[in-house]
Design a protein around this ligand. Sequence first.
Ligand code: NAD
Length: 387
Amino acid sequence: MKVIILGADGFCGWPTTLHLSAHGCDVVMVDNLSRRNIDNELEVRSLTPISFMGERIAAWREISGRCLAYHNFDVAKNYKRLLSLIEQEKPEAIVHFAEQRSAPYSMKSPRHKRYTVDNNLNATNNVLCAIVESGLDVHLVHLGTMGVYGYGTAGMQIPEGYLPVKLEVAPGVLVEKEILYPPDPGSIYHMTKTQDALLFYYYNKNDGVRVTDLHQGIVWGTQTAETAVDERLINRFDYDGDYGTVLNRFLMQAAVGHHLTVHGTGGQTRAFIHIQDTVRCIELAIRNPPLSGDRVNILNQQTETHQVRALAEKVRQITGAEIAFVKNPRVEASENALQVANDKFLSLGLNPITLDDGLLTEVTEIAMKYRHRVDLSKIPCTSLWRP
Ligand code: NAD
């Protein structure tokens, strides 16, 4: 199967590229290296020493014997190049990771808000439009986020995309319908993801584009079976206040003797998935595409939910690090419950990795090994939702 991966140099894109290549896919990578440039802008670097793209490709070829094609261009700005790549390669699937993915970064300033909206919405619209213009029946797999639902779910389990509703249109007359689960974005980044969902809905309805939208939880872990084989293939590990996701950030803070920074009361409940399960889920998604005429297939790509305070306590018990409660930079409820359905991936055969599977130790080992690369001044989140 030929697959184009947009955003192939990123935290999820690189391990997915290697996983699909190792499992028999012919992978064509696209990335404009904007994430590496944002590291330059923020004057921070991945905790792990990631190689240049050329070194990554050469190392994978040496180790696996497999070739990876790579194109460096901006998916949001270079529509013609994207269209001709699709026409030339004729992929069966496109996996779309190519968006600015940090909520704090999207809230830094008006410039960051505008960049995130321009980049994310144009990237998504361009790929959908190019699939239609190519005339090819390409399955688009997009990485969305659980965060589009907000976190006030009124005690109910979040379904996989659609909500059955009953409306009494006249006394005693009930109309039943399924609607997209109402979005409730909590940042400009999350707002772009809610708008992506409408673009998918529209191009699917109007043009019959086959789309799978994966609403992913917070990804933890670093390495997958393929990235762990050689240091030149190592995956990126973000720990800074903008891009560091909560569990990896706690484990790295413990490794360098820093307190665990819990925002607010730590009463926020979030959905999680290990990076190894991310790559498995994407393979399951591309091998189980929607049929022609199907509506957008929405799956919740998460395996467990945890309250942030409880996560910090777990890391404290393993590492002995101290917990510090700091002012929450976000505008959000201080406490929330979160229950999420994930029946679709379980029925496709996903056997989830959980926090209790010992992999926390693996991340701690990575954090310990590379702690000399940490800049402690980059740990606090300085982006504010309301300046
Ligand atoms: P990342 O920033 O590490 O990777 C994104 C990649 O896309 C980067 O390499 C970047 O250079 C590239 N890119 C961005 N805009 C581009 C453009 N216009 N043209 C070409 N390339 C472009 O992010 P990630 O953590 O790998 O996340 C990938 C996707 O998964 C994102 O869409 C994100 O919303 C989603 N997601 C991630 C997480 C997580 O915890 N990391 C959780 C939920 C959802």
